[in-house]
Design a protein around this ligand. Structure first.
Ligand SMILES: Nc1nc2c(c(=O)[nH]1)N[C@H]1C(S)=C(S)[C@@H](COP(=O)(O)OP(=O)(O)OC[C@H]3O[C@@H](n4cnc5c(=O)[nH]c(N)nc54)[C@H](O)[C@@H]3O)O[C@H]1N2
Ligand SMILES: Nc1nc2c(c(=O)[nH]1)N[C@H]1C(S)=C(S)[C@@H](COP(=O)(O)OP(=O)(O)OC[C@H]3O[C@@H](n4cnc5c(=O)[nH]c(N)nc54)[C@H](O)[C@@H]3O)O[C@H]1N2
Ligand code: SF4
Ligand SMILES: [Mo]
Length: 702
């Protein structure tokens, strides 16, 4: 395709108003976009998740559409050290194809790697997986969801036989009697979700929050447990211990619907509340009150998010809460259950269609011969030519440019220079590549290192589907044509396939890609075969699995069986272990990291939105006033937070809402304030999740 051809292929008049969803988080709030003159206006739209609400990020999302820093032409670097310069599409694509060819000729197909994102539509995530496995024939593809959902996904798969973040609609929250939130701060990370929590509280239900900080969410709670970071597993085992000693376990449910309880019972016997109080700092009486609040009501829901999951023991920590939920008979009981709050816009769908290292579309395993056979048939290739599993995100990025690792990387929808753990190391790996290609709408910090940058369309210019935190498949709808010079990710993949020698063509029309995705997912755990765009349009989305176009979808899972071979859920005994990096005399404090309301992720997008920049202009370090006094630090004093891997510099923010032995830094900023200069790259052995939520540091005035 030549430079002008793309616009010519997109004919037809666009509507002046569309019903779509926010580009950012997994709540996927309903919004209406209106084109008024040359401006695009955002208005909230009533949808079951957001109930007419939007957060500040959603309200201001359209500011990026015509932002002066938006990329509208490819950028090229002529030689190492030279500045990026504007280039035409033909030149940019030729450069990529030549670069990929050189790397593959010298080092083989696995020397090319692909890194995707949980913000990509289902169609893009699917196309990226197919592009890697079929067009490039590399096993090396993974994505930023590894840093987000992977611990809960692995725990869900091993206990329930499936990984759907919420196995019930979000509206169940409002009707629960007790809601336990573990390491989740939705008042800042998904504000409209709190409408459901408000409903719960107005109905007399109880909210219990487990967080080392008294966050905006915890401040609304009836009970706030404030553990030392990294001790949630012990807390969960203590809750189950209390339920057992007080006779609160649902024995009928355990006998009829689960297997493996005996070993768990033996393990939790040692988790006396008094012992766990010493370990976690949570008073034994609060542990007892929490266990009773969950076990003595009709409808109880337990939700985990990144605070519990982003640890080197994240899978086991989630498992401990799943064990608790199973022992209380919650999963599959109407109005009750365990769930995980998925984070990115398409964090759920992004992990179902093949951008994960070990996975094929429909949430199939790439090492399963039947799965390979099915998907290879849809792709029209011999199953023997499909590569095997690759490696999880951090291992992949950490191997780049090393003798055994890939020498070329294509990035679609992530900014690892800011968001990867131990980011300085990853940054130097990226610099060691022979070829780095970044597709983005803006010059992210990762794009700044690239040899080729490709400008992509934004949400208001795209059709496609997203799968929200409930497993509800939604439609993203285009309001307007993209600016001249910009292409969609699908068009970029198709254009590369056109130019790569011997490659079969790829469709670039999202609806056509979705039709292929339906066939590829048919029969898999995340079965989309019965989902059509028309069916989504007719209602408020469609919940997977949905194998039959004329059959039902599944808002609620597990009502009569679990999708395991014997239909039973599985208990797994799990034991507490300390954080990968214990505190010591040189690094006596715990650092934990997370988010603020007005910034999103690596900040590429939200740091460029004026109202958000005013609301949250830069990084900071939260410190308890007692700790600050000991360190001689006042509010606003610049401090250094130093770990074995590096340091961050930012002003101190004094607040009594944090534990005195713990400091907190948000991770949205690059440069001196980059939290990931400090974080630990210890990984969960099952999920590959990095330990973003705890490492040992010292803090000193800068
Ligand atoms: N404003 C905003 N919203 C977002 C995002 C964003 O970047 N900005 N990102 C989206 C994405 S991708 C995600 S994954 C979600 C994340 O959503 P959340 O999981 O709600 O966000 P975090 O701030 O990462 O972590 C939640 C809480 O965990 C606490 N915490 C830290 N360590 C521990 C611990 O060891 N145990 C416990 N129990 N708690 C701990 C932190 O104090 C924090 O308040 O948000 C989504 N929404
Ligand atoms: N210390 C610390 N680090 C963390 C976390 C933490 O809690 N603490 N959380 C982790 C988590 S949960 C996550 S999800 C990651 C997220 O971190 P990243 O993977 O860096 O996520 P984003 O900042 O959303 O990056 C998305 C990039 O893609 C671009 N983009 C947006 N939409 C599209 C699109 O459709 N196509 C293309 N090609 N580009 C697009 C954006 O402009 C942006 O530059 O960070 C992780 N890092
Ligand atoms: S809560 Fe999430 S989906 Fe809703 S408006 Fe805010 S960022 Fe967008
Ligand atoms: Mo995330």
């Amino acid at each position: 395709m030549t430079d002008g051809a793309r616009t010519a292929t997109r004919t037809g008049v666009r509507p002046r108003e569309v019903a779509t969803h926010c580009p950012y988080c997994a709540l996927q709030c309903g919004m209406t976009l209106r084109a008024t003159g040359d401006r695009v206006e955002v208005a909230p739209r009533d949808f079951p998740t957001n109930r007419g609400g939007l957060c500040q990020k959603g309200w201001t999302a359209a500011e990026l559409l015509d932002h002066p820093e938006r990329l509208t032409t490819p950028l090229l670097r002529d030689r190492p050290g030279a500045a990026l310069r504007p280039a035409g599409w033909d030149e940019a694509l030729d450069r990529i194809v030549a670069g990929l060819g050189a790397v593959r000729d010298r080092h083989g197909p696995d020397a090319v790697a692909v890194f995707g994102g949980g913000g990509l539509t289902n169609e893009k995530a699917y196309a990226l997986g197919r592009f890697a496995r079929v067009t490039l024939r590399t096993r090396h593809i993974d994505y930023n969801g590894r840093w987000c959902m992977s611990s809960a996904a692995a725990a869900g798969n091993r206990a329930f036989g499936v990984d759907r973040g919420l196995p019930f609609p979000l509206a169940d929250l409002g009707r629960a009697d007790t809601l336990l939130l573990v390491g989740a701060n939705p008042a800042e990370t998904m504000p409209p979700l709190m409408r459901h929590v408000t409903e719960l509280r107005e109905r007399g239900g109880r909210l219990i929050v487990v967080d080392p900080r008294a966050t905006a969410t915890a401040r609304q709670a009836d009970l706030h447990l404030q553990p030392l970071p990294g001790t949630d597993l012990a807390v969960a085992n203590a809750l189950l211990h209390v339920a057992l000693t007080e006779g609160l376990v649902d024995r009928t449910y355990v006998a009829a619907r689960t297997t493996g309880f005996d070993e768990v019972r033996r393990t939790v016997a040692g988790y006396w509340p008094a012992a766990v109080e010493r370990l976690s700092g949570v008073p034994a009486a609060d542990l007892e009150a929490t266990a009773r609040a969950l076990a003595t009501v009709d409808r109880a829901i337990i939700l985990t998010a990144r605070g519990a999951e982003q640890h080197a023991k994240g899978v086991d920590t989630v498992t401990a809460f799943v064990n608790l939920a199973l022992a209380l008979g919650l999963p599959g009981r109407p109005g009750s259950g365990y769930g995980c709050l998925t984070g990115q816009g398409n964090g759920q769908g992004g992990r179902e269609h093949g951008q994960k290292a070990d996975q094929l579309p429909g949430y199939r395993r790439i090492d399963d011969p039947a799965a390979r056979e099915h998907v290879a048939r849809v792709w029209g290739v011999d199953p023997a030519t499909l590569p095997g599993p690759g490696v999880p995100a951090y291992q992949l990025l950490d191997s780049l440019g090393t003798p055994a690792g890939p020498r070329a990387l294509l990035v679609f929808g992530s900014n690892p220079v800011v968001s990867a753990p131990r980011a300085a190391r990853i940054e130097s790996r990226l610099r060691d590549l022979d070829l780095l290609v970044v597709a983005d709408l803006l010059r992210s910090e990762t794009a700044e290192l690239a040899d080729v940058v490709l400008p992509v369309t934004q949400w208001a210019e795209e059709d496609g589907t997203m799968t929200n935190l409930e497993g509800r498949v939604l439609r993203r709808r285009a309001l307007r044509e993209p600016p001249v010079g910009v292409r969609s990710d699908l068009e970029i993949l198709a254009a590369l396939a056109d130019r790569l020698p011997g490659a079969t063509p790829l469709p670039s029309d999202p609806r056509e890609v979705f039709e292929e995705l339906r066939r590829a997912s048919a029969g898999g755990p995340a079965d989309y075969a019965g989902i059509t765009w028309d069916r989504i349009d007719a209602d408020t989305g469609v919940f997977w699995p949905c194998p039959d176009p004329d059959g039902p979808d599944h808002p609620r899972l597990f009502t009569d069986r679990f999708p395991t071979p014997d239909g039973l859920a599985r208990f797994h005994p799990v034991a507490h272990r300390p954080a990968a990096e214990p505190v010591c005399a040189d690094y006596p404090l715990h650092l934990t990291t997370g988010r603020v309301l007005a910034q999103y992720q690596s900040g590429t997008q939200t740091r460029r939105v004026s109202a958000l920049r005013r609301a949250a202009p830069g990084g900071f370090v939260e410190l308890h006033p007692d700790l600050a006094a000991r360190l001689g630090v006042a509010d606003g004093t610049p401090v250094r937070v130093v770990s074995r891997r590096g340091e961050l510099r930012a002003p101190a923010r004094l607040t009594p809402t944090i534990r005195p032995d713990t400091v907190f830094a948000p991770f949205h900023w690059p440069g001196a304030a980059r939290a990931n200069s400090v974080t630990n790259d210890a990984l969960d052995p099952v999920s590959g999740m990095p330990e973003f939520k705890i490492c040992a540091v010292r803090v000193e005035p800068a």
